[in-house]
Design a protein around this ligand. Structure first.
Ligand SMILES: NC(=O)C1=CN([C@@H]2O[C@H](COP(=O)(O)OP(=O)(O)OC[C@H]3O[C@@H](n4cnc5c(N)ncnc54)[C@H](OP(=O)(O)O)[C@@H]3O)[C@@H](O)[C@H]2O)C=CC1
Ligand SMILES: CC(=O)N[C@@H](CCC(=O)OP(=O)(O)O)C(=O)O
Length: 310
C-alpha cells in the first residue's frame, strides 16, 4: 500500500530537501499544499489528518500547533523536525544509531522527534563513551561546532546571500549562542547520557551545507587507563552493524592535515574521527555531517522509512 505523507512546512529549507529526497519514490504519495497556502490553518489541518505520516518542518510553536490539530486523531504518525518534542518522554528520539534498541523504538513509535543537527554530532560522539564508562560522571564536556548557513533556515539564507538586506550578515564566520543557552543543550545532555549540561558554542560559516562538531577531552580526567586507542575502539564497537555512521580508522585520521566542513554536503551519512597523538594528554573527537542531511532532512527520511517498515 502507498503511504500518504504530508510535509507541513514543505516550502521551507528542511521540508524542501525532504521533498527532493522523496521525488522519485513510488512507495509514498506526497500530499502537498500550494506555497501560497502554506500558512492556511484549515488546509493544513485537513492535510495533516489525511496523512499516514505527517512530517513537521516548522518552527517550534507551529509544530506544537500542528500536533494539537491531530489531537483527536489516533491514526496519523508524526515526525517532528523542530526542537519542540526532543526531550518529551512520549516521543521516540529519531537517532537510530545512538543505541542498539533505538531503531526498533522508532519503527514502532507513533511520535518521533528528529534530532537537532548539532546534537546528532555531539550525541554521536559522547553517548558511546558514556555507555562504555569511559566518560565519567561530572566530566565537564564542551561542544564546539560550525554549521553551514542553511542551518538558520530561510531567514539566515537570505541574510547570508542577499547583501542588500538591512539585516544582511557580512561575516564569513561568526560565533553565536553567546549566552550559552542554546536550545540544543537539553537534548545533548539527556540523549548524551550526561549528568552535567555541556558547554555548547556554535558558529556559522559562509558555506550553505555541512557541519563540524568537536568534543575535546583531557585523557587524564577520563576513566583510568583510557587511551586514544580505547576511545576509538569504543566508538568502532558501538557503530558496527550499520552503514550511516562511520568511524574513521585512527591511521587515516593521523594522516589528515585538515577536515573540510563541506565534505559530506548532500550526503545523509556521518563520519566520526578521533584525533590526538598516541601517548599524548588530549584527544579531540570530531563529527562531520551535513546539517541538512543526517542533521535534518536525511534523518527524517531515514526515520520515515523505519516507521514504514513496521
Ligand atoms: N535548517 C536546518 O539545518 C535544520 C532545521 N531544523 C528544524 O526544522 C524546522 C524547519 O526549519 P527550516 O526548514 O530551517 O526553516 P525555514 O524557515 O526554512 O522553513 C520553515 C517553513 O515553515 C513555514 N512556517 C512558519 N510558520 C508557520 C506556521 N505557523 N504555519 C505554517 N507554516 C509555517 C515557513 O513559512 P514562511 O516562509 O511563511 O515563514 C517555512 O516555509 C525548524 O524547527 C528547525 O529548527 C532541524 C535541523 C536542521
Ligand atoms: C545555524 C543555525 O542557526 N542553526 C540552528 C539550528 C539548526 C537545527 O538543528 O535546527 P533545530 O532548531 O530544529 O534544532 C540554530 O542554531 O538554531
Amino acid at each position: 500500500m502507498t503511504a500518504k505523507i504530508f510535509i507541513d512546512g514543505e516550502h521551507g529549507t528542511t521540508g524542501l530537501q525532504i521533498r527532493t529526497r522523496m521525488a522519485d519514490r513510488r512507495d509514498v504519495e506526497l500530499l502537498s499544499i500550494p506555497e501560497a497556502e502554506r500558512r492556511n490553518a484549515a488546509m493544513r489541518e485537513d492535510l495533516l489528518n489525511s496523512a499516514d505520516i505527517a512530517i513537521l518542518c516548522l518552527p517550534d510553536d507551529a509544530s506544537r500547533e500542528a500536533v494539537s490539530m491531530l489531537s483527536g486523531n489516533n491514526k496519523v504518525r508524526i515526525i517532528d523536525t523542530s526542537t519542540a518534542h526532543r526531550v518529551a518522554p512520549d516521543w521516540a528520539y529519531g537517532f537510530a544509531e545512538m543505541d542498539k534498541a533505538q531503531g526498533e523504538k522508532i519503527r514502532s513509535a507513533r511520535y518521533v522527534a528528529n534530532p537537532g543537527c548539532y546534537p546528532t554530532g555531539a550525541i554521536g560522539l559522547i553517548r558511546p563513551l558514556r555507555a562504555a564508562g569511559i566518560l565519567p560522571d561530572g566530566y565537564p564536556v564542551s561542544v564546539n561546532a560550525v554549521s553551514g548557513y542553511t542551518g538558520g533556515g530561510k531567514q539566515m539564507i537570505a541574510q547570508m546571500e542577499d547583501a542588500s538586506r538591512e539585516d544582511a550578515i557580512s561575516a564569513n564566520n561568526f560565533l553565536y549562542g553567546l549566552t550559552l543557552k542554546h536550545k540544543h543543550v537539553p537534548e545533548m545532555k539527556i540523549h548524551g547520557l550526561l549528568d552535567r549540561a555541556p558547554l555548547f558554542s556554535p558558529s556559522v560559516g559562509r558555506f550553505p551545507q555541512g557541519m563540524i562538531v568537536q568534543v575535546p577531552l583531557f585523557l587524564e580526567d577520563l576513566s583510568d587507563g583510557t587511551t586514544i586507542e580505547s576511545i576509538h575502539q569504543a566508538l568502532v564497537a558501538h557503530y558496527t552493524g550499520q552503514d550511516i555512521v562511520t568511524v574513521v580508522p585512527l591511521e587515516e585520521s593521523a594522516q589528515a592535515a585538515r577536515i573540510d566542513a563541506e565534505e559530506l554536503a548532500g550526503k545523509d551519512t556521518m563520519k566520526l574521527f578521533v584525533f590526538g597523538t598516541p601517548g599524548g594528554a588530549h584527544v579531540n573527537l570530531v563529527a562531520l555531517l551535513d546539517n541538512l542531511g543526517k542533521g535534518a532532512s536525511g534523518a527524517a527520511v531515514q526515520n520515515m522509512d523505519l516507521m514504514l517498515s513496521a
